[in-house]
Design a protein around this ligand. Structure first.
Ligand SMILES: C[S@@+](CC[C@H](N)C(=O)[O-])C[C@H]1O[C@@H](n2cnc3c(N)ncnc32)[C@H](O)[C@@H]1O
Length: 453
């Protein structure tokens, strides 16, 4: 009763909070997040102080899905009705455990159904007895950053990045997993929640880390960051200038590209953004060393300051390439260009075409030895490709008759070959079409080359 009263009182506030979360998700569809939106479904312990780095992405109210999956409808209790409207990480431990217990009892039939479906995909739970790790990588350990994922029916239901901490739990509407149950296991393992739902636990790649890490300003989207590296032709050992640091996403890509022998100088005018970039860089390096057992070189030097007046800082330095992601980049070019090696590239990231026009006009009016070689927009087109399934989850079979498909039993199989039997290869039709959810516009990339005039 106390719990219900508590939930009832906080209901209105949480409702607004939820609406806010959904709006943010929609915003990220346009700017930077993967094209998933909806209610968050995963949260760490309520006492997790590290929420800033945990950016859950989910797509649907899970409980309603559970009900529809099982094909049965049951009335929701007042506790379920109210608590399902609240973000997971706002619930107390008491409520979470109460809800898990109820769900455990009532959703037993649904779990059995899911268990059956996932059985084939799942690693045996005795996996711990024969650990397999990527060469050079260790087993999962406390302190590192992990990614939890759950996909169903070709759809990513949720994805969450979190830091593994002793005594914590990864909570979800599908049950929880104790962080201790992941420790010592190989990354890429499937672990069942307290409700028996299989969750893939793996390490985030660099682009995933950048997408889900704590945000200050909007990041350079990974597809654009990669294209900029190509434009700039960044190689190991290069010395690169970047501005602004923003959230540090581009800095991470540059750090990785210049490697052990190179260095990156990253300038940021805003103190709050500078601190976010440094934090993300530290987290990336720390998770790298926990994963590999060796330090990632400290090759990015973040500087809090204005690029336009950075002449004294840049004096005596020469850069193999420059990456600019900031407003009015043409105003900072006079400070930057003298330090860019002749023949090298300055890649500029601009969200709006009007900003590109301002840059072009700024170049025309200046006497800078720069030529614009290319202006591109990087577009990924996601496709949906998979076997066509019936509603019950079994494969459809090709229906059209084929001339060469006559059923001629050999002597070996005569008597037991049935043309209706599923054939392992070629008889299952596929759906293959552009994914209905596509990432939108992110940026225009401008390639400027310094020449000798
Ligand atoms: C869109 S963010 C950059 C995001 C970054 N590329 C990333 O991937 O996280 C643009 C940043 O440029 C910074 N900025 C704007 N003008 C600047 C200047 N004159 N000098 C240094 N930084 C500047 C802004 O404060 C902002 O943090």
């Amino acid at each position: 009763m106390t719990v219900l009263l508590h939930l009832g009182l906080s209901f209105m506030t949480r409702k607004f909070a939820k609406a806010h979360v959904m709006c943010l998700d929609i915003h990220h569809v346009v700017r930077n997040k993967p094209f998933l939106c909806g209610m968050r479904s995963f949260g760490t312990d309520p006492n997790d102080s590290d929420k800033g780095s945990d950016a859950p992405v989910s797509t649907s109210p899970p409980c309603s899905r559970i009900t529809s999956l099982s094909g049965k409808r049951r009335p929701l209790s007042p506790l379920e009705r109210v608590s399902q409207l609240l973000p997971e990480d706002s619930l107390s431990q008491e409520v979470l455990e109460l809800r898990d217990t109820r769900n455990n009892a009532v959703e037993h039939d649904t779990r059995s159904l899911w268990k059956e479906r996932e059985e084939a995909r799942e690693e045996p739970q005795s996996f711990a007895s024969h650990h397999v790790c990527v060469p050079g990588e260790r087993q999962i350990c406390f302190g590192e950053t992990l990614l939890a994922e759950f996909s169903r029916k070709r759809r990513l239901e949720f994805r969450k990045m979190f830091q593994l901490k002793d005594g914590m739990k990864l909570h979800s509407n599908w049950g929880f997993i104790a962080h201790a149950d992941m420790e010592g296991r190989p990354a890429g393992i499937i672990i069942r929640t307290s409700m028996g739902i299989p969750i893939l636990i793996r390490r985030p790649s660099l682009d995933e880390f950048a997408l889900f890490m704590k945000r200050g300003p909007a990041i350079a989207y990974p597809k654009d960051a990669s294209a900029m590296l190509t434009m700039m032709d960044v190689s190991e050992g290069d010395c690169v200038l970047e501005s602004g640091s923003g959230s540090g996403a581009m800095s991470l890509f540059l750090s990785r590209a210049v490697g052990y022998k190179g260095s990156v100088l990253s300038l940021e005018i805003r103190d709050d953004h500078h601190r976010v970039a440094v934090l993300n860089y530290k987290r990336w390096r720390s998770t790298w060393s926990l994963r590999r057992g060796e330090e990632w070189p400290d090759n990015v030097h973040f500087h809090h300051g204005d690029l336009i007046s950075a002449g004294p800082l840049l004096a005596g330095r020469g850069f193999n390439s420059v990456a600019l992601d900031m407003v009015n980049p043409h105003l900072s070019l006079p400070a930057v260009v003298p330090h860019l090696h002749t023949g090298s590239v300055c890649a500029v990231y601009q969200a709006n075409i009007t900003q590109v026009i301002d840059l072009m006009e700024g170049l025309r009016c200046s006497a800078l030895p720069l030529v614009c070689e290319r202006i591109v927009e990087v577009q990924y087109r996601d496709w949906l490709v998979g076997p066509s399934l019936k509603k019950d989850g079994t494969f459809n079979k090709r229906k059209a008759p084929r001339e060469d498909d006559e059923c001629e039993p050999s002597e070996d199989t005569a008597g037991d070959l049935n043309c209706q039997d599923p054939v392992p290869f070629g008889d299952v039709p596929y759906i293959a079409r552009p994914h209905p959810e596509q990432a939108g516009h992110t940026a225009f990339l401008i390639k400027l080359r310094k020449i000798l005039k």
